[in-house]
Design a protein around this ligand. Structure first.
Ligand SMILES: Cc1cc2nc3c(=O)[nH]c(=O)nc-3n(C[C@H](O)[C@H](O)[C@H](O)COP(=O)(O)OP(=O)(O)OC[C@H]3O[C@@H](n4cnc5c(N)ncnc54)[C@H](O)[C@@H]3O)c2cc1C
Length: 493
């Protein structure tokens, strides 16, 4: 359907909506609206955003597909319980500002979450439309609608700096400036506390800045959120490594902070523990993406002094969002062939379906049911190939996914010059080493109670450092809980 046809359909539906209201049949007859995307061939050689968002007409049409279920099952799939039905209704009526107000009750980063939340396994998985059509890809596109209203508000300069309560003279230290830290800083500042956000790297924003690439999440959007925090009066201190620059005890006992929130993420990359991982040309996805995103290595000498290998044949190991991001970044950095090597099949891949689809469209070659057993080097210590074994799927394992079983004698050599390991991240041990009195679980994640309070007095934690590598929305959900608990505690002292 072209733009003109979309407009005509919308006009017709608006007339009916105003006169008699839309019937479920009318709503189900509206085709799901495809989001505009950059052409696959063009985009694999630029870093601009791939998905271009909905037009106003498309957003209204998509919102009209919502059946307005009384029990709104979509809300039960949303980790922060946004009033989805209500904001979608407002979009259908053309009340875009009201829609944003509803989202903003529970969600501080709608432009980010509209882009990166795994809606297909959360709110949209519960959508009655998708269930009725027996096709979850045809659920109402809640995430795209969220993105639409957030982007529109930014384009029209309609975003508001939240009001700040009267100064309380209480001081909160927030460690880590990812989505968890940003939410706690914002919520505690709103309550009138003085807030300092400490970040280890030279730029705030966490994984949203140094991990998720520009082509999926434009950095200007994250910067906007950081600017809002600054406008609110949050002090942001970069190049500050909690546990090294100052310990948590020092912050509390010597620097006058009344409460500390730890949101330092899961920044410790896991490796395969196979031969050859210390060869030149083997990267963790963290390092590769940080060089490319934060340190502008993609500039190849034009002003950026952080080099990155100009690879020809790249193998990315893993099947999650991080692996997709690394593979698609490698293409954009000029690699001729990019192989995504994953030991299960595509169905078991944890990456978002849209990312898998985009990666394939752009030319990433999927090597599923394969895993390297060794990385092979040349006489100068550079990667030259990987020894790869084939797998088949057995019975489901503890994760519910079918267990990959190696096929004896199936090894072969895959010629590559770069290997990017994207098989997961764990907790950095620095906080544990310097705060031994705090309780951690067996994986080194901080233990918290239902209020995200740690075992230490005046210390809260949330996000990936508690959950293990998880998602933006889960980090934000925990951060809201922690901030409410910190604000409550500070009221009483
Ligand atoms: C490449 C990649 C792609 C992803 N894609 C998605 C996606 O599509 N959708 C999704 O929902 N999630 C995705 N995730 C996961 C998501 O980004 C994280 O779950 C989320 O960012 C966690 O938020 P956080 O606030 O806990 O930590 P982070 O975002 O990791 O932020 C932690 C911050 O703390 C800083 N820090 C670390 N140690 C210290 C210290 N000692 N002192 C001070 N500061 C410190 C770090 O530098 C960082 O800035 C992705 C992750 C990666 C790596």
């Amino acid at each position: 359907m072209n733009e003109q046809q979309q407009k005509e359909l919308l006009d017709k539906l608006l007339v009916k909506q105003a006169a008699t209201g839309l019937t479920p049949k009318d709503r189900m007859a509206i085709e799901p609206q495809d989001m505009m995307v950059q052409d696959a061939k063009d985009r694999s050689s630029n870093v601009k955003e791939v998905a271009l968002g909905y037009s106003e007409t498309q957003a209204q049409l998509e919102a009209m597909r919502c059946l307005q279920c009384k029990n709104a099952p979509c809300v039960s799939g949303c980790p922060v319980r946004i009033r989805i039905k209500d904001f979608v209704t407002e979009i259908a009526l053309g009340n875009f500002d009201k829609a944003l107000d509803i989202i903003s009750e529970n969600q501080l980063l709608p432009a980010v979450c509209g882009r990166v939340c795994p809606q297909e396994v959360q709110c949209q998985a519960e959508c009655t439309v998708g269930k009725a059509l027996k096709d979850p890809t045809k659920s109402v596109s809640i995430g795209r609608l969220e993105r639409f209203v957030a982007d529109r508000a930014m384009q029209l300069n309609k975003t508001k700096t939240p009001a700040i309560a009267k100064a309380t003279n209480k001081k909160v230290a927030v460690l880590g400036s990812g989505p968890g830290g940003i939410v706690v800083a914002g919520e505690c500042r709103r309550a009138g506390h003085s807030v300092t956000l400490f970040e280890a790297l030279n730029k705030p924003g966490g994984v949203m800045v140094y991990g998720i690439p520009e082509f999926r999440l434009p950095k200007a959007l994250v910067q906007k959120e950081i600017d809002t925090l600054r406008d609110m009066g949050v002090e942001i201190v970069c190049n500050f490594i909690a546990g090294r620059t100052r310990t948590i005890n020092q912050l509390l006992e010597e620097d006058g902070f009344d409460a500390v929130f730890i949101g330092v993420g899961a920044g410790l990359p896991k490796f395969m523990q196979i031969e050859g991982e210390s060869l030149i040309g083997v990267y963790s996805a963290n390092e590769y993406l940080t060089r490319a995103n934060l340190m502008r290595a993609y500039d190849f000498g034009k002003g950026a002094d952080t080099p990155i290998a100009q690879s020809k044949k790249v193998a990315v190991l893993g099947g999650g969002n991080v692996a997709m991001d690394a593979a698609r970044t490698a293409l954009r950095l000029g690699a001729e062939d990019v192989y995504l090597v994953y030991r299960r099949s595509e169905i078991e891949m944890p990456a978002r379906i849209e990312e898998v689809h985009h990666a394939r469209e752009e030319g990433v070659e999927f090597h599923t049911l394969q895993n390297p057993t060794k990385i092979l080097g040349d006489e100068n210590g550079f990667v030259r190939a990987m020894q790869v074994q084939r797998f088949e799927l057995g019975e489901p394992d503890a994760s519910g996914r079918r267990r990959p079983i190696p096929i004896e004698g199936s090894e072969f050599e895959l010629e590559v010059d770069t290997v990017i390991v994207a098989i997961g991240n764990g907790a950095n041990p620095l906080i544990k080493q310097t705060t031994p009195e705090m309780q951690f679980n067996q994986w080194g994640n901080i233990k918290v109670d239902d209020n995200c309070k740690t075992s230490l007095d005046r210390v809260w934690a949330g996000g990936d450092i508690v959950l293990g590598a998880a998602t933006v929305i889960l980090a934000m959900g925990q951060a809201r809980i922690a901030a409410a608990s910190i604000n409550e505690y500070l009221k009483g002292i």
